[in-house]
Design a binder for this molecule. Structure first.
Ligand SMILES: C[S@@+](CC[C@H](N)C(=O)[O-])C[C@H]1O[C@@H](n2cnc3c(N)ncnc32)[C@H](O)[C@@H]1O
Length: 250
């Protein structure tokens, strides 16, 4: 995949090369269920029907033995924390994952996210970048997943020969984790007490500021009504006139 986007001496455009690579690609799909409809007709797909935790390590071993480099992986199977962590760790441990783009679906979901955050990415030197918010997810507002947090793509860039990434401008380096933001927003939305607390603290602040203004007005009134303030009024008028004249002077 990475080589496809490098400038080399090809007459084909990058898009044409990508299309050609797609047509020639060998695809492995892992699912508990067999494909149905048009998917079942796809001739370049090898269907592995069963548990990915058994089938994936075995297939990766076979690919490694053939010297194959897997160029692209989409992880969107077992959504339990332990399940997704195992799928990713099986991939990272394999010698067939050398120059690879791995996309992880549903990284905004709390359960999926928990599993992905447990993966020890730094212990694999070939991992160049990890961005669990490559495409941030969303809080669902309609049924059937009302108020659940789903979606989002995570990205893992693998390049065993590459230098450490510089300036890749990853979302996770500049933004709060999408999953945490969405979950806390959802929790506030669903918890009237939390909403009340927010509103109450706003009201408390307004009350505090009102009291401070009233106190200042009281002190000002005390000053302006005092005898010394009235006695010194002519002096203030003279001082003000001098200031005005000073301001007008060339
Ligand atoms: C959310 S669906 C995603 C399907 C597809 N990527 C899509 O977007 O339509 C998750 C799929 O993972 C499969 N799955 C769940 N656990 C699995 C496991 N341990 N091994 C293999 N497949 C699994 C399910 O059967 C289901 O088809």
């Amino acid at each position: 995949m990475i080589e496809l986007f490098q400038a080399v001496n090809w007459q084909m455009t990058v898009g044409e090369r990508a299309a050609l690579a797609g047509v020639l690609a060998e695809v492995h799909s892992f699912d508990l269920a067999a494909p149905t409809g048009a998917a079942a007709e796809l001739s370049q797909v090898k269907w592995h029907i069963g548990d990915s935790h058994e089938l994936l390590p075995e297939t990766l071993r076979q690919l490694e033995a053939r010297g194959v480099n897997v160029e692209f992986v989409l992880v969107d199977g077992d959504h339990t924390a332990d399940g997704v962590r195992r799928d990713v760790e099986d991939l990272l441990a394999s010698g067939s994952i050398r120059k690879t783009i791995i996309l992880l679906h549903d990284t905004a979901n709390e359960e999926v996210r928990r599993g992905l955050e447990e993966v020890p990415y730094r212990s694999y030197p070939k991992v160049r970048a990890v961005d669990l918010d490559f495409v941030p997810g969303y809080l669902v507002k309609s049924s059937p997943f009302h108020h659940e947090v789903w979606g989002g793509f995570g990205l893992i860039v693998i390049d065993e020969d590459g230098s450490p990434e510089h300036g890749m401008h990853l979302v996770s380096e500049i933004a709060y984790p999408a999953s945490t933001v969405l979950v806390s927003y959802r929790d506030r939305l669903l918890d009237p007490a939390a909403q009340g607390n927010g509103a109450t603290s706003d009201h408390r602040e307004v009350d505090r500021l009102k009291a401070a203004i009233a106190e200042l007005e009281k002190r000002l009134a005390l000053i302006t009504n005092s005898k010394s303030w009235r006695v010194t009024a002519p002096l203030r008028r003279i001082a003000a006139a001098l200031r005005r004249r000073g301001a007008q002077a060339p």
